[in-house]
Ligand binder design. Sequence first.
Ligand SMILES: [Zn+2]
Length: 84
Amino acid sequence: MGYFKKRKCLVCGIEFDPTNTKGKRCPICSELNKQEITKKWISKNKDYIKEYQKQFRLKRKSEKELKSNKKEVKKCQMTLKKQS
Ligand SMILES: [Zn+2]
């Protein structure tokens, strides 16, 4: 027995035991609703996410370049040593 009366889900109409007074959807639908909210948030903030990903990629790229530069420097030092 739950604390709250059984309620009908707003979305699918199935009776469920609400876990709180605000619950209007069954667990499945509320989970789907969460995903829907996330999707909506993503579509609303596409530009923000794109910008964020761009920055992230740029950062990683520069880090990689830095590493490869270091490798190049080492190679140069090696060849210089060999030549001398
Ligand atoms: Zn439902």
